[in-house]
Write a protein that binds this ligand. Structure first.
Ligand code: GRG
Length: 307
């Protein structure tokens, strides 16, 4: 593994400027995912090729970045954080494959490439999602993650299931053509997008030493605000950025008559809401002082991202 890839460990990353740290975590995540996924020649080869196609070579890796940044609060090792971060990223990759299927959002472009069911076929894409999801739990269960490993498995399962991401997707599908008020919209997004972002942060922290109860509550507050912020920015980008920049079809929410923060608050209102979520997220980190500097920088990255 190259120095850049190794340097993201919490033991020796203290001096890296944020962009270098971010690139190092992204490279380490890519290398770990490549190692954890079945080789593409292993039988059934077509399924394994499609799993690697859907997971490798693109994506911002925001969730692993959050896990690594949260791990800095509890002195977690990079060996544990790469496992926690990749488990969440595998769930995320599965959700994108299923979300793009014709029976859901029916999209042909993801991460600048044909979606999985277009590049392969629908049954394969369905099995890719299923297999990535179970691989996430296999990865989390077979590593040595310390005394709270079972709690980590439980946390990821809850965040992914019907009371988390899958439940949020169900609400999203039912909301097409409906007008939601702000609490309803917030619940949908807290589940669909927020639950996994929150899981990434809390899993990263769980890789290290236990936090005091009030510090854990502050981190949880941060994670919830950051998850919602991520979605509000996503809504803004959907109607302000181009398909080429996003690597996925722009303007889909409006075309599909989906309630979003932009449809509810207007573009300027959504921007103001994002700004207030950023402030609330950063306020929650105050208790951690300098140890939260990567989380602070990531909050700004999430706020100002262009895709
Ligand atoms: C199918 C159970 C199931 C759930 C799908 C995550 C999700 C629920 C749908 C994705 C649709 C979507 C565009 C949601 C908005 C927020 C989001 C998750 C955007 C994509 O995440 P990024 O920007 O993607 O982190 P990359 O490609 O960078 O990994």
């Amino acid at each position: 593994m190259s120095d850049a890839v190794n340097n993201c460990s919490t033991e020796n990353s203290a001096d890296l400027p944020f962009p270098d740290w971010m690139r190092a975590v992204q490279a380490r995540t890519e290398a770990t995912l490549a190692r954890l996924l079945p080789p593409e020649e292993a039988i059934p080869a077509r399924l394994h090729q499609a799993m690697r196609y859907a997971t490798l070579g693109a994506g911002k890796r925001v969730r692993p970045l959050l896990a690594f940044a949260a791990g800095e609060l509890t002195g977690a090792t990079a060996q544990r954080l790469e496992i926690a971060g990749c488990a969440v990223e595998l769930i995320h990759a599965y959700s994108l494959v299923h979300d793009d299927l014709p029976c859901m959002d029916d999209d042909v472009l993801r991460r600048g490439r044909p979606t999985c069911h277009v590049a392969y076929d629908e049954p394969t894409a369905l099995l890719v999602g299923d297999s990535l999801q179970t691989l996430a739990f296999e990865v989390l269960a077979r590593a040595d993650l310390g005394a709270r490993q079972l709690a980590m498995v439980r946390l990821l399962a809850h965040a992914s299931g019907s009371c988390g991401m899958a439940g949020g997707q169900a609400i999203d599908l039912a909301a097409v053509g409906q007008t939601l008020n702000q609490p309803e919209l917030e619940l949908m997004h807290a589940l669909k997008t927020g639950a996994l972002i929150r899981a990434a942060v809390m899993l990263g922290a769980l890789c290290g030493d236990p936090l005091e109860a009030d510090a854990e509550a502050a981190l949880d507050r941060f994670a919830k605000r950051a998850g919602l912020l991520f979605q509000v920015v996503d809504d803004i980008l959907d109607c302000t950025a181009s398909t080429a920049t996003l690597g996925k079809t722009a303007g889909k929410d409006e075309a599909a008559e989906k309630p979003t923060y932009v449809s509810l608050l207007g573009l300027e209102g959504a921007r103001e809401f994002a700004d207030s979520l950023r402030t609330q997220a950063l306020d929650s980190l105050a208790v951690f002082g300098e140890r939260a500097r990567r989380l602070i920088a990531l909050t700004d990255f999430i706020t100002h991202r262009k895709f």
